[in-house]
Structure formats: structure tokens, C-alpha cells
Write a protein that binds this ligand. Sequence first.
Ligand code: B12
Length: 212
Amino acid sequence: MDKKMILENLKVSIETWNVDLAKKSAQEAIDAGISPAEAVENGLGKGMEVISQKFDLAEIYLPQVLAASTAMEAALKIFEPHMKGAAVATKGTIVVGTVFGDIHEIGKNVVAAMLTGAGYKVIDLGRDVPIENFVESVRENKADVVGASALMTTTVIGQKEILDMMREEKVVAKSIFGGAPCNEEWVASIGGDAYCPSGAEVTAMVDKLIKG
Ligand code: B12
């Protein structure tokens, strides 16, 4: 099967919340030498965009979004060992998590896997993480970078609260943010260092942040 077809099948597997197709196509992608970043960017992620549009138009409802997420997670599990590479963590330490009140974690998981694969020590705090836990973890682990995901307009404020608390407690690290309601203007307005729109770009962006 050619590369284009495999990417199309990955997309379709999410659109149709077909776990078996997601797993099968993920394995085919690996066998065909498609990188996990490309599979997410041009396959699985495209399927999730369709799900998102249909949800917006009320053509589908939450159970279908959840089913699509399950298919996405099943595919990511298959890619995971291939994202971990020969990671001897020497490049730096990054704390990541999804902010308090927000249970969306797929994007954050993609980012964590990409960074781990690139040789960073990633401390993944999970989802729905209290602000103080981000700050505490950065301090304890002497992290170089803090990264926070927020997927809702109601929770994106958590990204600002992390920076506010770090300033208050004089905890110093570079910061990078992402998620649907987040953009460059928002990150600039809260005094963050970088906005990252996708997992495909995160490694280069974090490399740049650390090099100063
Ligand atoms: C899948 C999904 C869910 C799944 C989540 C499953 C899971 N395990 O994560 C489920 C079904 C559980 C869910 C629940 C809800 N959801 Co929802 N969900 C989505 C959906 C369709 C896709 C998100 C996703 O996984 N995308 C795929 C990943 C790969 O992409 P991504 O998240 O954008 O991440 C990439 C980049 O953004 C970036 N990135 C993201 N974070 C970070 C962080 C860092 C540090 C960096 C560097 C980069 C980075 O890199 C990632 C990888 O490429 C979005 C739509 C959207 N436009 O995002 C709605 C969406 C986010 N959900 C929404 C809502 C309203 C909800 C619910 C409140 C629904 C409800 N009524 O219960 C609940 C949330 C409850 C809560 N307290 O959190 C709304 C939010 C609206 C708003 N207020 O802003 C959205 C926008 C849908 C919509 N258009 O209405 N959801």
C-alpha cells in the first residue's frame, strides 16, 4: 500500500472511530517508514479535524468524539515505542501537563512523546493539573521548560496563572503553550516564550528555547 493511502486510512479511522483500522493503519505506517510526526500531522490529526468540525455543526455528539479519541489513543499506543528513539535524556528537562479543569490530553500526549523521542527528559503531570503542581515540579526538577496545554476558552487562563505563580515564587524556566484556544497573541499577552501549534514543530521550538 502506498504512503498516501496509509495516511488516508489513518484519517478515516478517526473519522469513523474505527479502532481496528486505526491500529492496523498505524502498524502499516511504521512498516512503510512513515514517521509518527507525519502520521499524526497528515493522518490521525486530519481525522480529528473532521470530527471537530462535525461536532461544531452538531452532526455528531460527545459519545462519537469520545469514540474517535479512543481510536486515536489506540493508534498512538502503537506509535509510542517508535517515538521513544534512543533517548538518552541529555537535551534538557521539560514539565508538561494539561491545565486545571481541562481533561483533554491527546495533544499533550503527542507533544510529550515527540519530546521524549527527541531526547528530552519529559515529566508528564497528566491532565486537569493544579497550577501549583506545574510550578512545584519545575522547581523540584530544575526544569528548563514548562509546557501547558489548554483546549477550552474557559481553561486557557490556567496558562497565565502558571506564569504568574512562577514570577511570584521566582521560579525560572522557559515556557511553551498550545491547544485550540491558544495562539501567538495570547502567549505574548501573558508573557510566555512560545506558542506551538502542533507536535510536528515542538522539538525544533524547544531546542530553540533552550539554546536561548
Ligand atoms: C477529542 C476531544 C474531546 C475528548 C478528549 C479525549 C482525551 N482523552 O483527550 C472528550 C470527548 C473527552 C472531550 C470532552 C470535552 N470537550 Co472536547 N474536544 C475534543 C476535540 C474534538 C479534539 C481535541 C484533540 O484531541 N485533538 C487532537 C490533538 C492531536 O490536537 P490538539 O489537542 O490540538 O493538540 C495539538 C496542538 O494543539 C499542540 N498542542 C496542544 N497542547 C499543547 C501543549 C504544548 C505544551 C505544546 C508545545 C503543544 C500543544 O500540539 C498538539 C499535537 O499536534 C476538540 C476540538 C478542537 N478543535 O480541539 C474538542 C473541544 C476542545 N472540546 C470542547 C468541549 C466543550 C468539551 C467538553 C466540555 C464537552 C462536554 N460538554 O462535556 C468536555 C471537556 C470536559 C473538561 N472538563 O475538560 C470544546 C471546547 C470549547 C471551548 N469552550 O473552548 C472543543 C473546542 C470542541 C468545540 N468546538 O466545541 N473532548
